[in-house]
Design a protein around this ligand. Structure first.
Ligand SMILES: C[S@@+](CC[C@H](N)C(=O)[O-])C[C@H]1O[C@@H](n2cnc3c(N)ncnc32)[C@H](O)[C@@H]1O
Length: 272
């Protein structure tokens, strides 16, 4: 299986994922004619939503940034039919945003990726430096302290224990004891502090509750970054297969549930 099959694309096409990103973009109040940067644009799910909102004006520019060439290829395909806005993609790290984007942006959008960034203080500074005064920073994440409603924690534990057991008994493997960045979760308050420390003014902060269906967990178990976070150091195919089988078994055992709730932190801030 080629490594590019372990992409975020299938997960990003779920209706609940679209809704959570739409809610963020509505709050951000993006305008036609703006230059909007979509950081860690992945396969372009949010890029397409941004374009739906602001395409059709001569000056509209949307710039997608991602460090993955494979993700950018998918993103380009996703928006291939857009001719009434300028769309550009740049392969770069979010940590180097102000170098990658050489004009003052009206808005920076960061959907479901900020949790990957180790130096979040540096990231927020880069975003600030990329925005014009009055510009908007909007981000959401499903990986923060509080993302997992307490009543669902037992399902996640069961899923992960099952995966570890399978890995040991069927493959004689164990994950490494490293903690990847996405698993060191910040609280909503810590995110707000980071923004305010840099000088941002918070416009809105919400916890959006979604229902992630079984297929959503299957699809996220086919996404390389998630797999590497859940079972670090295990070969991707084995880790992914084990996570998929384990989540299906967990849903079957729990019975009667077709989706587990998950919270997303959704924040919009302004550069004064
Ligand atoms: C979970 S996906 C989200 C993609 C997209 N924003 C969406 O909502 O569909 C995370 C993306 O972040 C990218 N990524 C992770 N760390 C990054 C970094 N430091 N700089 C740029 N992109 C990064 C990955 O390549 C991946 O495409």
């Amino acid at each position: 299986m080629a490594s590019d099959e372990y992409s975020f694309k299938a997960f990003s096409e779920h209706a609940f994922y679209r809704e959570v990103n739409e809610a963020l973009l509505d709050r951000a109040d993006l305008r036609r004619g703006w230059t909007v940067v979509d950081v860690a644009c992945g396969s372009g799910a949010a890029t397409a939503l941004i374009l739906e909102k602001i395409r059709g004006a001569r000056d509209t520019v949307v710039i997608g940034i991602d460090m993955s060439a494979t993700a950018l290829r998918d993103a380009r395909q996703k928006v291939a039919g857009v001719y009434d806005a300028v769309v550009e993609f740049v392969q770069a790290r979010a940590e180097e945003l102000s170098k990658a984007v050489r004009r003052a942006a009206d808005a920076v959008v960061f959907c479901n990726g900020i949790h990957y960034i180790e130096d979040k203080v540096g990231l927020v500074k880069e975003v600030y430096g990329t925005l014009r005064p009055g510009g908007i920073f909007a981000f959401n994440t499903g990986f923060f302290e509080g993302a997992m409603p307490p009543e669902t924690q037992k399902y996640y534990r069961r899923w992960m224990l099952k995966a570890l057991r399978k890995l040991k008994t069927e493959y004689n493997l164990s994950p490494e004891h490293t903690k990847v960045e996405a698993r060191k979760q910040l609280s909503p308050e810590q995110y707000l502090e980071l923004l305010e420390y840099q000088g941002f003014v918070i416009k809105s902060q919400e916890i959006v509750r979604t229902a992630v269906p079984e297929q959503g967990y299957v699809d996220i178990s086919r996404f390389s970054d998630f797999v590497a976070g859940a079972l670090p150091g295990v070969p991707i195919k084995t880790a992914s297969d084990v996570l998929v089988e384990s989540v299906k078994e967990t849903f079957a055992e729990v019975g009667g549930m077709t989706a587990w709730p998950r919270n997303w932190l959704s924040v919009v801030a302004t550069r004064p």
